[in-house]
Design a protein around this ligand. Structure first.
Ligand code: PHE
Length: 339
């Protein structure tokens, strides 16, 4: 009987009582007049005299346990099921908001997915960056006029006075980090935040996002760059999207280009979004400059490569008809929950 009792004890402890029916079957099974425990009390008279005190004690313990569980579950269920008399059941139910990811996060994911499908690996670099990676190794030494193109936030690090730090002004330092740490062939995209000390307006913000791309191998040419970006924008904006490359300048690419895509609002005919030009400027690109290869220890005679940087906010804003970049970062849920 002792064995039986400890089995019952275990059963009781693991009996699931989450609805009223279960509570009632619990009562019927263990506590009611024909239930297991009262029956065992009756059988107690057949237990030998020596064993009786022990068995009796255990039986009482198990009974108290069962009653305790019964009463507490009963109270709990009654409370959770109790209904207020004055409740109005015709009112609409409460809706739960589970939240969504930010429109920029969604755009980044969508962009990264397209590049991953064609073999690009995703890497990331620090937002607080050493000046060396953000500028010097990218063929932009101190006093190089191109530093003025990007209004830089310089950061003092009082623990490390040797190195100079900046909030990275572009994602291109990830190119340097990638090439220093790995041997070609390399094919990466690197999404992330960048910072520029610009006057905040409807089209400029002091922080925004870029996706950097880098491909280094033997015999990489401008043609590869054009075909990959063309493919990307057709995937992203639709099969009719055209891409064009306009000569431009970056210290770390030669030749350099500005990437434009045909306006997907008017299909290139000219409208307000593209300022009647039919084209939208979307990023910079070019062939990795031999000076950059030298700075990272890659032989420019053996390898060549292309790089590009695409602005993510512009892409998201154009795709969703958002006209003011500041709206993205005011964290107004009425705006954010639309995406
Ligand atoms: N880093 C450049 C910018 O932010 C864009 C770019 C990336 C240009 C890679 C060429 C190659 O303006």
């Amino acid at each position: 009987m002792l064995k039986q009792l400890s089995e019952i004890e275990q059963e009781i402890n693991s009996f699931s009582i989450t609805v009223e029916d279960e509570l009632e079957s619990f009562r019927l099974k263990y506590l009611s007049r024909n239930g297991l425990l009262p029956k065992l009390f009756e059988e107690l008279k057949n237990v030998s005299k020596e064993e009786k005190p022990l068995v009796g004690k255990k039986l009482n313990e198990v009974k108290r346990l069962a009653e305790g569980i019964y009463n507490s579950r009963k109270a709990f269920l009654e409370e959770s099921l109790s209904v207020k008399e004055d409740a109005d059941y015709t009112l609409p139910g409460r809706t739960f908001s589970i939240g969504t990811s930010h429109i920029i996060t969604q755009t980044l994911r969508e962009m990264v997915k397209i590049f991953r499908e064609i073999g690009f690996k995703v890497t990331q670099g620090p937002e607080l960056e050493e000046e060396f990676y953000n500028f010097d190794a990218l063929n932009t030494p101190e006093y190089h006029p191109a530093r003025d193109m990007q209004d830089t936030f310089y950061v003092q690090n009082k623990y490390d006075k040797e190195k100079k730090y900046v909030l990275r002004t572009h994602t291109s330092p990830v190119q340097i980090r990638t090439m220093m740490a790995n041997k070609p062939p390399l094919r990466i995209v690197s999404p992330g935040k960048v910072f520029r000390n610009e006057t905040v307006t409807y089209k400029n913000y002091f922080m925004f996002h870029q996706i950097e791309g880098l491909y280094v191998d033997k015999h990489v040419s401008m043609r590869d760059l054009k075909s990959v970006l063309g493919y990307f924008f057709r995937k992203f904006y639709g099969a009719d999207t055209r891409t064009r490359f306009i000569p431009s300048f970056f210290p770390f690419t030669e030749p350099s280009g500005q990437v434009d895509v045909s306006c997907f609002i008017c299909g290139g005919k000219g409208c307000k979004t593209c300022k009647e030009t039919g084209w939208l400027e979307i990023g910079g690109c070019g062939m990795v400059d031999p000076y950059v290869f030298k700075a990272v220890g890659i032989d420019p005679e053996e390898y060549s490569g292309y790089a590009f940087g695409i602005g993510v906010e512009r892409i998201a804003m154009m795709k969703h008809g958002i006209t003011d970049i500041r709206m993205l970062y005011q964290n107004d849920v009425r705006f954010l929950e639309q995406f």
